[in-house]
Every structure is written in structure tokens, then in C-alpha cells.
Design a protein around this ligand. Structure first.
Ligand code: HAM
Length: 441
């Protein structure tokens, strides 16, 4: 009979996998705390309505949703953003601003499983509420860089592609498109990397007459805009239009780039207007982190979403944030050889003669554990040779030897398993002696 397996796209974390995941979470938490962000958590199961229309069609189609026994329409969370907006919105008056929050949590999307994409994955989310200016973007982009640099990754390993949905709307307006048309065009731009010019076919089919005729020129302008990679080229392109809204956006771009550069992080950032983000709620700057060399999917994504708190019933509260995923991050660390070795070695392994000695050993083993040392011992009586083999295989630094002769003298033998040196210590000084021996190594 075939045994049970985990569901497609869900992972078991055996201890070695778990230790890798812990390393990732620990690095993220360290970065967030250095930046003064506060950790929160939230329910895994939410009302389905929280995601309907707010997150966008793609995520809505991927929801793990069902009707619960009380007849409620519910969904496993596919992302944190609507939840954190609900939480902050409900207490906005009482929270000191700017509100800088982060979380590490599991999310669920019914995606086609592929490299870097699963159905259950973890994200680190960081968001700032209550700051409308680009200072919030600077802080978050710097945090995102530190969340990856904390593993030892450098500017040669990853980059942050910075883009701007506001700038796109103003640019498309300057090209003669209204808001509805611009939205449809941004959806096409989002698909462009995969589909090429075909991405515009659907939009094109809605056009006729002059507008259809001039469309190839417009597509040229749009794809040209997508290919801009420097702030100088962006300024040059925008200057031609003489539009105050476009120029005002450029001031914010300069502030973000100057701030990030002043932090010494300028080399991590590229201007890349091909990034528009699939999620529906973004309103201004958007950004994604990518592996520079490989073919991995995005490491992280985020942006400004000034309307979402209000849309979910809260006050008018500007917001910006991002999420990094553990799946692509883990793949990148593996590719770069930055996965730490799996270590669970005890500090001390107790080698125990027989049953009477076991009672004496137990007293010391527990005293050592209570003092914070990692201590292991064999459950069953074994020959000394086998126990020493187990001690050295465990990776322990010291063996404590509880033989009949030693106990008769009121001592325990400490053996340094690296250089094999031994000394006897009085039983009532075992904890202090272990501490001393480990410190001296
Ligand atoms: P997102 O781009 O959908 O943004 O996801 C962010 C990151 O989560 C991705 O770059 C990827 O690393 C990871 N991720 C997403 N889906 C999967 C999956 N199926 N399998 C593995 N990893 C995945 C958001 O979720 C926004 N809520 C981020 C945000 C926070 N915006 C503002 N605040």
C-alpha cells in the first residue's frame, strides 16, 4: 500500500530543512529589529471577502477557500497585506506613527507548482503606515536589501528593480489614455515579459479607426519606457511632455534614489519600469528583488498602497510595504553555497557505567541542562566502547564519564573529545568544571 504523502506544493520540514528555515527567519527578524520594526501575527483563516476584488483577479483565482460549518465563506490567507490593513485600520488612532510592523508567516495559494512556486510558503512582510512621503520607501528598500545581505548575499547576487505605477498612469495619460484604458495597459505591461507584443492584443482588439492606426506608435513608446534603466534616461524621456504631475513624481524618484545611495546601497537598485506588479492595490512606487544571475522567480515584491486601509473600512492611511518569500530565498542561498551546516551537536555526552552510576549521572545531567548546556546520554546500558563511539559521532565537545571507580572516589572524569585529554573533577563541581573546560577550548 502506498503510504500517505504531503499534498502537492506543501512541504514537510525534517530537522535539517527546519534548521535552514530557522536560519532564514532568524536573519529576517534580526534585520527587522535593527530597523526598529515591531513583530505581529494574525489568523491563518480569514473571511473570503477580505480578498475579493482587493488583491486582484490572479490571487482570487488561487484562493484555498471553503464554507465553514457555520456557513461562513472563508479563505486561507494568500498574503498578509489585507489582514495587516484591517488590524492597523481598527486601532489606527491609538498607534504611534510611523507604524513600522513586520511578520513571518505561512501563506497559501493554489498555484501550479514549479521551481520557486509552491502552494504553501512563508513570507517575511514589512510595512510602514502613516507616512505619505518617499522616506517610507527609503526605509523599506534599505530593509529589503539588509534582509538579503544578512545572509552574505551581495550586489552581485541580487538587485532591487524600482518602478512606479503613478508614473505609468501619468505617462499613459500623456499618451492620451484614460484611467480605465491605462489600467488595461498596465495589465498588458505586467504580462509583457512572458508574452511579448502579444500581451497588447486584447487591448488592441478594443480599438478602431485612428486610435487603432496610431497604436503601434504608442506600443513603441510604452515598450521604450519599459526599457529605461537609469534616472537620467527617465528624466530625458519625461522632459518632452512638460507635465507637472510627471515632474513632481521625478522629485520623489530623486529622493528615494538619493536616500538609498546615501546609505551606501545605490548599487543594489535599478530603475526598471517593466515592473508593474500583478496585485490590484498598488498606487505609487513598486519594487521587486531579483537574483542577478539565475532564472529564479522574484525573491520579493512590494510597493505603496495608499487606498487599501480605507477600502477595508479603516481611516485614510498611507501605506507601503513588501514581502520576501522563503522558497526563492532558500534556492538562491543554496546556489551560492550560503546555506549553513546543520548543527545539533551537544556540548556534553554522558558515558555511564551501569544502573547505579546512571542515578548519579542523572543528577548532573539535569543540573547541566538547567544551567543551559546541551547534554545527551544513551538511554540503554551499553559497553563503554560503544558509548565513546556514540559520543564522538554526536559531535559533542566533552564526555563526562560516570564509572564505578570514579564515583567511589566522589569524582567524575571529563574527557575533551577533540584532544582526548582527561581530568577528574569533584562531583559537586561538575557544572562549574564543564563551564570552565568549554570556555578554555
Ligand atoms: P507577492 O509578489 O505576491 O506580494 O509575493 C511576495 C513574494 O512572496 C514573492 O516575491 C515570492 O518570493 C513569494 N511568493 C509568492 N507566491 C509564492 C508561491 N506560490 N510560492 C512561493 N513563494 C511565493 C505580496 O504578497 C504582497 N502582499 C507583498 C506586500 C506587502 N505588498 C505590500 N506589503
Amino acid at each position: 500500500m502506498a503510504g500517505f504523502q504531503s499534498l502537492p506544493g506543501f512541504r514537510d520540514f525534517y530537522p535539517e530543512d527546519f534548521s535552514r528555515r530557522q536560519h532564514i527567519f532568524r536573519t529576517w527578524r534580526q534585520a527587522a529589529s535593527a530597523f526598529g520594526f515591531q513583530e505581529y501575527d494574525a489568523p491563518v483563516l480569514e473571511p473570503l471577502d477580505l480578498y475579493k476584488t482587493k488583491s486582484g483577479d490572479e490571487i482570487e483565482a488561487q484562493l484555498f477557500s471553503f464554507t465553514d460549518k457555520g456557513g461562513r465563506e472563508v479563505a486561507l490567507r494568500p498574503e498578509m497585506t489585507p489582514t495587516v490593513c484591517r488590524m492597523v485600520g481598527a486601532k489606527a488612532g491609538a498607534l504611534k506613527r510611523p507604524i513600522k510592523w513586520f511578520s513571518v508567516a505561512e501563506f497559501y495559494r493554489y498555484e501550479r507548482a514549479q521551481k520557486g512556486r509552491l502552494r504553501a510558503f512563508n513570507q517575511f512582510n514589512a510595512d510602514i503606515f502613516g507616512e505619505a512621503g518617499p522616506e517610507a520607501e527609503i526605509e523599506l528598500i534599505a530593509l529589503l536589501i539588509q534582509c538579503l545581505a544578512g545572509f552574505g548575499l551581495t550586489k552581485d547576487d541580487f538587485s532591487i528593480r524600482l518602478s512606479d505605477r503613478d508614473l505609468w498612469f501619468f505617462y499613459l495619460e500623456a499618451l492620451g489614455y484614460n484611467l480605465v484604458e491605462s489600467r488595461a495597459l498596465l495589465t498588458a505591461i505586467d504580462r509583457y515579459e512572458k508574452a511579448g507584443d502579444k500581451a497588447f492584443d486584447e487591448f488592441k482588439s478594443s480599438l478602431s479607426g485612428d486610435r487603432l492606426e496610431e497604436f503601434p506608435h504608442k506600443v513603441q513608446a510604452i515598450t521604450g519606457f519599459m526599457k529605461i534603466r537609469t534616472i537620467e534616461a527617465l528624466v530625458e524621456e519625461i522632459r518632452m511632455f512638460h507635465r507637472p504631475n510627471l515632474n513632481a513624481r521625478l522629485d520623489d524618484w530623486r529622493k528615494v534614489l538619493a536616500g538609498v545611495t546615501a546609505m551606501g546601497l545605490g548599487d543594489f537598485i535599478t530603475v526598471d519600469l517593466s515592473v508593474v506588479r500583478g496585485l490590484a492595490y498598488y498606487t505609487g512606487f513598486v519594487f521587486e528583488a531579483f537574483d542577478r544571475k539565475g532564472d529564479l522567480r522574484a525573491l520579493a515584491g512590494g510597493g505603496r498602497y495608499n487606498d487599501l486601509v480605507k477600502k477595508l473600512g479603516g481611516p485614510d492611511l498611507p501605506a507601503v510595504g513588501f514581502a520576501i518569500g522563503d522558497v526563492t530565498t532558500g534556492l538562491l542561498l543554496e546556489q551560492r553555497g550560503l546555506t549553513p551546516a546543520y548543527v545539533t551537536a551537544p556540548d556534553v555526552y554522558a558515558v555511564i557505567g551501569g544502573e547505579p552510576e546512571r542515578q548519579a549521572a542523572f543528577a548532573d545531567i539535569h543540573a547541566l541542562r538547567a544551567a543551559g548546556f546541551r547534554v545527551d546520554y544513551p538511554f540503554k546500558e551499553l559497553a563503554f566502547g560503544k558509548q565513546f563511539k556514540a559520543a564522538s559521532e554526536s559531535g559533542a565537545k566533552l564526555a563526562l564519564i560516570y564509572g564505578g571507580d570514579e564515583l567511589a572516589k566522589g569524582v567524575v572524569k571529563i574527557r575533551n573529545l577533540t584532544d582526548r585529554s582527561e581530568r577528574e573533577v569533584p562531583r559537586d563541581q561538575v557544572v562549574a568544571s564543564v563551564r570552565e573546560t568549554l570556555a578554555a577550548r
